[in-house]
Design a protein around this ligand. Structure first.
Ligand SMILES: [Zn+2]
Length: 386
C-alpha cells in the first residue's frame, strides 16, 4: 500500500495564534491549548505523544524517523493577565485591531508556535525529521515541563540534533537579535539567627544584624569575573534585607536577606552555592548563633558556539526580514537551558517588548514574517545538515 503523496497545506499563522490565545492557559492550566495544537500537528502527519508530569501537559510530536531531527521548542502556558480592566480588549479574545493582534501569549509565545506550524505546513516533504517539544510549564516553576520531557526523551535514546526555541528574542525589530546562550541564575535565602535582648544589655543577646551585614559585604566585595566570551560579567544583586524590628530598644532575634546572581559560563551554580555557604560560616565564627544559606539554582549558564547551525539561522532570518541578527546572550533564563543538555540550541522569535505586560500585542504582519523566517530556516537547515 502506498501512502498518498504529501501535499502542502495552508495554515494561517495568525488564525492559529488566535485559536491558541483563546485558550486561557495561565500556568498550570492548559485550557485545551495543547489539544488545539495537537490537532493541527496530527493533520500535518506528526506522531504526537502527550507527556503529562504532575498536572502539567507536555507534547512531543515528530514527523519522520531519520536524522537529522530539527526540533522546535516552546510553551503554551502564559503568565497571568494582571489588571484585567487595564486591557484594551479581553486578553483571551485575541482581537485584531488596525493590523495588531492583542492578547496574552501574542508575543510570549503562542504566535511563534503558530508561525512554526504554518512554516512546517508549507514543507510537506523533507529529509530527516521535524519535531515539536511543547510544554505547559515554562512560566511557572518549570519543574514538570521541559526539564522532565528532556530527561524522559534522553532516557529513551531519542535524538534531537538541533533545536530552535521560539522565545521572543528580537529587541526592537523582528530579526535584529537571536540568543545563542543565556546566563545562569541562582537565588540564595540567607538567615542569621541570634538571640533577642535589650539594646542596653548586649552581652545578654546575640545580634544577627552585623553578621548579616558582614556576609552581604563579603558577597558584594568579590568581583566574580571580568566577563566571558560573548557574555556580560557575572553579577550579584542583594534583592532584599529583612529584619522587621519595630522597636528601638530591642536587639532582634533574626535577620534575613536574599541575593540573586546572574552568571556566565565561567561559573557553575554549585560552586557559587558553596561559596555563599562558606561566607555564611566564616561570618558566624565566634557568633553565639547561626548563619545559613538556602541556595536554589534556577539554571546553569550555557552557550551554543557560533558555527554551522547559527549560520543557518542568521541566513534564514536575513532572508525573511532583511536583517542580520546579532548573536546575543543577554536576558533572563529560558527552557533552552534544559534542552542544551541534548543538542545545540538557538532561540529566535518575535519582538519581546510587550511580553508579560498589559496589552501584550504583535503586528499580524510580523507573525507572518516570522513564519517566513521559520520556513527559510527549515529549508536551509536540511540543505546544510541532511
Ligand atoms: Zn516565553
Amino acid at each position: 500500500m502506498t501512502s498518498p503523496a504529501p501535499v502542502s497545506v495552508s495554515i494561517d499563522a495568525v488564525e492559529l495564534a488566535q485559536a491558541l490565545i483563546r485558550r486561557p492557559s495561565v500556568t498550570p492550566a492548559d485550557a485545551g491549548a495543547m489539544d488545539t495544537l495537537q490537532r493541527q500537528l496530527e493533520g500535518l502527519g506528526f506522531t504526537c505523544r502527550r507527556m503529562k508530569f504532575g498536572e502539567i501537559e507536555n507534547l512531543y510530536a515528530r514527523r519522520g524517523t531519520s536524522r537529522p531531527n530539527l526540533c522546535f521548542a516552546g510553551h503554551t502556558d502564559v503568565v497571568p493577565v494582571g489588571d484585567d480592566a487595564a486591557w484594551t480588549s479581553d486578553p483571551f479574545e485575541a482581537r485584531i485591531k488596525d493590523g495588531v493582534l492583542f492578547g496574552r501569549g501574542a508575543v510570549d509565545m503562542k504566535s511563534a508556535i503558530a508561525a512554526f506550524v504554518a512554516a512546517v505546513a508549507k514543507i510537506p516533504e523533507h529529509p530527516g525529521s521535524i519535531s515539536f517539544l511543547i510544554t505547559g510549564d515554562e512560566e511557572g516553576v518549570a519543574e514538570d515541563g521541559t526539564v522532565k520531557v528532556v530527561e524522559a526523551l534522553a532516557a529513551e535514546g531519542e535524538i534531537i540534533d538541533h533545536c530552535i526555541v521560539g522565545e521572543p528574542t528580537s529587541a526592537n525589530l523582528l530579526g535584529d537579535m537571536v540568543k545563542i546562550g543565556r546566563r545562569g541564575s541562582i537565588n540564595a535565602w540567607i538567615t542569621v539567627e541570634g538571640r533577642q535582648g535589650h539594646v542596653a544589655y548586649p552581652h545578654r543577646a546575640a545580634n544577627p544584624v552585623p553578621v548579616l551585614v558582614d556576609i552581604l559585604s563579603a558577597l558584594k566585595a568579590r568581583v566574580l569575573d571580568e566577563g566571558y566570551t560573548g557574555f556580560q560579567p557575572s553579577n550579584l544583586e542583594i534583592t532584599t534585607i529583612d529584619v522587621g524590628n519595630t522597636a528601638t530598644n530591642v536587639i532582634p532575634a533574626s535577620a534575613k536577606a536574599r541575593v540573586n546572581i546572574r552568571f556566565n559560563p565561567a561559573h557553575k551554580g554549585k560552586d557559587l552555592a558553596d561559596w555563599i555557604e562558606a561566607e555564611c560560616a566564616k561570618a558566624a565564627e565566634g557568633f553565639d548563633g547561626t548563619a545559613s544559606a538556602l541556595c536554589k539554582i534556577s539554571g546553569e549558564a550555557f552557550l551554543t558556539e557560533p558555527g554551522d547551525f547559527t549560520d543557518v539561522i542568521v541566513a534564514a532570518v536575513t532572508d525573511a526580514t532583511g536583517r542580520a541578527p546579532e548573536l546575543s546572550t543577554t536576558g533572563g533564563t529560558s527552557d533552552a537551558r534544559f534542552i542544551r543538555a541534548l543538542c545545540p540550541v538557538v532561540e529566535f522569535g518575535l519582538v519581546g517588548s510587550t511580553m508579560h505586560q498589559v496589552d501584550e500585542r504583535v503586528p499580524v504582519e510580523e507573525v507572518r514574517q516570522l513564519a517566513d523566517a521559520y520556513e527559510a530556516l527549515i529549508n536551509r537547515y536540511f540543505a546544510a545538515f541532511a
